[in-house]
Write a protein that binds this ligand. Structure first.
Ligand SMILES: [Zn+2]
Length: 394
């Protein structure tokens, strides 16, 4: 049996045709809700088969208004959003691009009527089509197992990408209909992958399939340890900067992975941002603390996981620190928060809320630092960071 896209004026319709080896016909499934199984995971689509002037068509339940079956399917296997208007597809490769292709066929196997209101089926393949390519086939079980592999290894990816994947897995595993918010999530995941792919040096085109890129990212992370900076001739500034960038990515991933470093920094600072003093521990009402553990020197010159190479920062100040807008300096026994000269000179108050960042500028009270003096941010590392930033700006 299969579900086929039928073009009609404007938006197309999805019709079921064929019959199973055991003799189940579309008429037997009439007024039943469709459950789909993908590599063993079931999704209750809440999409019903109806009789529309003698045609067996899939219809969205007006009361719940979950996305169409093909859209739920695309979400489950992380495909970009398909469309229903053939005239709006685009040509060329890749076929699967957000809002530029149609899911033409969905092939079903093991169709079983499970109750008077429900039937279930395995999805075996889907055929995608655009203006110039008639059928690009996706093997669904294989594809779903790739998505499951990405779920399992998301710890190797940056935090924001991992968070999208956590949410995605939760939704798909629930077995409930896939809501519209998941379509949004897939789009946001594409955007996050696009931003990260540049740093990671893995090509990704906006709006295309994220799965091959994510598979490359989790595979590369295992092997790729950047070059030690001592091995690079200081005159090779380009190479040096590229490896520093790689170390930063490596450290942020290890930071995400290295529970020990994160925990040690968070507890040493008692879940307080060293810049603003905000305290955001985890509580019965929030699972994750709002305080990050940032590395001062994110590359291989020092042990990445020592507390003296870390700072506890809230989300805002972590960002401002990583971007070099705010820095921490040590002078004659006192730590200071400073704003970078470049930011002061170049950023306009009408376009950038520099005044919010300026609020934390000044000396840091000792009670915001770790109890144990040997855990305090090492002044030579703070200085080294500034030297490397200056070098990078040249
Ligand atoms: Zn803060």
């Amino acid at each position: 049996m299969r579900i086929t896209f039928q073009p009609s004026s404007g938006r197309g319709e999805y019709e079921i045709s064929g019959h199973t080896p055991s003799g189940i016909r579309p008429v037997d499934l009439l007024d039943h809700f469709m459950m789909l199984r993908l590599n063993g995971l079931s999704i209750d689509t809440r999409i019903k088969l109806t009789n529309d002037q003698g045609k067996y068509r899939l219809r969205v339940d007006a009361a719940t208004r979950y996305p169409q079956a093909q859209n739920q399917l695309a979400c489950a296997i992380l495909l970009p959003k398909p469309i229903r208007a053939e005239s709006k597809t685009e040509g060329g490769q890749p076929v699967v691009q957000a809002n530029a292709y149609i899911i033409k066929h969905i092939s079903l196997d093991n169709v079983t009527i499970t109750s008077t209101t429900t039937f279930i089926a395995d999805v075996t393949t889907i055929d995608c089509q655009n203006k110039t390519v008639q059928a690009e086939q996706i093997l669904v079980a294989q594809r779903m197992s790739e998505v499951q592999r990405i779920w399992q290894q998301r710890g190797k990816l940056p935090d924001n990408i991992a968070a999208f994947l956590t949410q995605h897995e939760k939704t798909i595993r629930s077995g409930d209909p896939i809501p519209r918010t998941t379509e949004k999530l897939v789009r946001e995941l594409q955007e996050a992958v696009e931003r990260y792919s540049e740093d990671a040096g893995i090509p990704y085109t906006s709006g295309t399939d994220v799965v091959p890129v994510l598979l490359t990212m989790i595979a590369e992370v295992v092997e790729e340890v950047p070059l030690s900076l001592e091995q690079i001739d200081p005159s090779q500034t380009k190479l040096r900067h590229r490896e520093i960038k790689k170390w930063q990515i490596y450290a942020s991933r290890r930071g995400a992975d290295s529970v020990k470093f994160r925990k040690n920094v968070q507890t040493a600072y008692d879940y307080r941002c060293v810049m603003c003093g905000c305290r955001y521990p985890s509580t019965p009402y929030n699972r994750n603390p709002g305080i990050d553990a940032a590395h001062i020197i994110p590359w291989s010159l020092v042990d990445l996981d020592e507390v003296y190479n870390g700072l506890a920062l809230c989300k805002l100040h972590h960002w401002a620190f990583d971007e070099g807008l705010l820095r921490i300096m040590y002078r004659t026994g006192t730590y200071y928060v400073e704003i970078s000269d470049e930011a002061m000179i170049n950023l306009k108050p009408s376009e950038f809320s520099l005044d919010q960042l300026q609020k934390v500028v000044g000396p840091i009270q000792v009670d915001r630092l770790p109890h144990n003096r040997s855990d305090w941010p090492r002044p030579d590392l703070l200085e080294r960071l500034q030297r490397d930033i200056a070098e990078e700006l040249e």
